[in-house]
Structures are given as C-alpha cells and as structure tokens.
Design a protein around this ligand. Structure first.
Ligand SMILES: [Zn+2]
Length: 284
C-alpha cells in the first residue's frame, strides 16, 4: 500500500509565488541600474580605463543610491500580513492534501466513514512565522547581494555590461535559494502534518520512506523502510522524515497500531466533509 505522497505540487506552487516576488525585486533593480547607466555610463567606462571623471568612491555612492531607492520602494510595498496569509493558505492546502490522501488510502483499514478532521492552520503558526521570515530574509539577501555586486564591480573597474551580468548572477542565485527554501519548508510541513494527523488517529509508528530517486542522500536511503515512533522523535539525528534540511522523505503510517489500539475510532472526531477552509488563490 503506497503511503502518503510528498506534496510536490504544493512545493512547486509555493516556489512560484516566491520566485514571482523575486522577479519583481529584480525588475526594480534592473530598472534602477539602467537609469544609473544611462546617466553615468560614461563614468563607468572611464572607471574601467582608470581615467576617472567621477571618482570611484563617488560612483559607488551613486550606484548604491539608485539600488537603495529600488530596495526601499520594494520593501515599503511589502505587506507582512499578506506574507502571513500566504503561509496560512499553504498550511491549509497541505492539511487538506494530507487529509484526502490519508482518507483515500487508508479509509478501509481505519474504517473511516468520513474524512478525518482538518488540523487547521492555527496549529502551524510556527511554520507560518518561519515562512514569513524566510521570504523576508531571502529578499533582503537579494538586495544585499546586489549592493555588494555593484560595489565590487566598480572597484574591479568592470565595464557597465559586466556589472549588469553580476546583477543577473545574484538574481539567479536568489532564485536557486528560493527553490531550496520551498523544498525545506514543505518537507518540514509534511512532517508536522503527518505527525499530528497520524497521532490523532492512534497511529504511533511509521515506516521511513525516501523519495526513491537518485537525489536521496545515502543516510536517508539506509533509513528507508525502517520503523520509527512519532512520540520518540524519530531517528536519533535526523528526527522525522522531512525535518532535515532539504529532505523529501515521507512517513508511511503503520495502521496496525491504530487497529490494535481499542476504541481509537471513537477518538477520531468526524466532521462533515464540506468543511470550509481558506484555500483561495491569492496574489502577494
Ligand atoms: Zn530525506
């Protein structure tokens, strides 16, 4: 019986949202740089020939003003409440994804007559906060990286187009980091949702499942199919599947635990399946 799947689609969707924000930050920087270049291009060229009309330090100060203004505009428009809402929305979608999978895969063994109850995003407020600070850090790191790149470019006497390509490199690096962040966040959330839902259903143990492709780290490959307990915190160094950085492993519920556990079905609060949760599409 296949277990609960890794929430790949959610991870990719979340990644897209962060990338869209980074693309906006990057567009603001590109615009500021091209404006700077249209006015000070000749000075950058002369700087590259070490024949300064504007001194190197003055050029650095000016370019930092332009990029700093782009950063200020982006950060002023950033709405923390909306970032929080994005986290809540994804926590709810993950909860629903997990609820439906668990129901469709284990309803017979667990004798479930309706979907198990939703956990609700309120239980994942720590995850939501990590999410907000993760996005903010990523965006601030992007602007810091750009500021360093332009300063280094001018100090190195780079030509204008080389400074432009230093900026593109920083954009690419931030996009890559956002992929890792999304992976890490969803591995973690998957672990939390599985732990809460399975524990509530009386499932005390699980089998570790790696994602079965060639990107699995060696240690996690050796953990595949091994049994761990939710209560005891999983593996001694790795914790539960999805908790280690960048881990896509997941957990297969050991249903026999719940079946042996007399009366576990009484503890499952069955709510109507038309329960409403906030999963509306949103722009941030
Ligand atoms: Zn793993």
């Amino acid at each position: 019986m296949p277990g609960i799947e890794y929430p790949e689609k959610l991870e990719i969707d979340y990644q897209k949202r962060i990338k869209k924000r980074l693309a906006r930050a990057s567009a603001a920087v590109e615009e500021a740089y091209s404006e700077f270049r249209s006015i000070h291009g000749p000075s950058i060229e002369k700087n590259s020939l070490r024949n300064d009309s504007l001194s190197r330090e003055q050029l650095i100060k000016k370019i930092k003003d332009y990029i700093g203004a782009a950063r200020g505009g982006f950060l002023r428009a950033r709405d923390e409440a909306k970032l929080r809402e994005l986290g809540v929305q994804f926590a709810n979608r993950m909860d629903k994804f997990n609820q439906e999978q668990l129901y469709s895969k284990f309803k017979d063994e667990l004798q479930l007559s309706a979907l198990p109850k939703l956990i609700g995003a309120a239980k994942f407020s720590g995850w939501v906060s990590d999410n907000v600070s993760g996005i903010k850090d990523l965006e601030e790191e992007f602007f810091d990286g750009v500021l360093d790149a332009v300063e280094n470019g001018i100090r190195a006497g780079d030509r204008p187009e080389s400074i432009g390509s230093r900026i593109s490199d920083i954009t690419g690096r931030s996009q890559k980091k956002s992929e890792l962040m999304a992976r890490n966040q969803f591995g973690n959330l998957n672990a939390q949702v599985n732990e809460k839902r399975q524990s509530e259903l009386g499932i005390r143990r699980y089998r570790w499942r790696d994602s079965g492709d060639d990107r699995v780290r060696d240690l996690h490959q050796t953990l595949d199919d091994k049994t761990f307990s939710w209560k005891e915190g999983g593996h001694s160094s790795e914790g539960h599947p999805g908790e280690p950085y960048n881990c896509r492993c997941t957990s297969d519920a050991i249903i026999e635990d719940a079946i042996r556990n007399d009366g576990f079905l009484n503890r499952v609060e069955i709510k109507p399946s038309n329960e409403q949760i906030y999963i509306a599409e949103m722009e941030i």
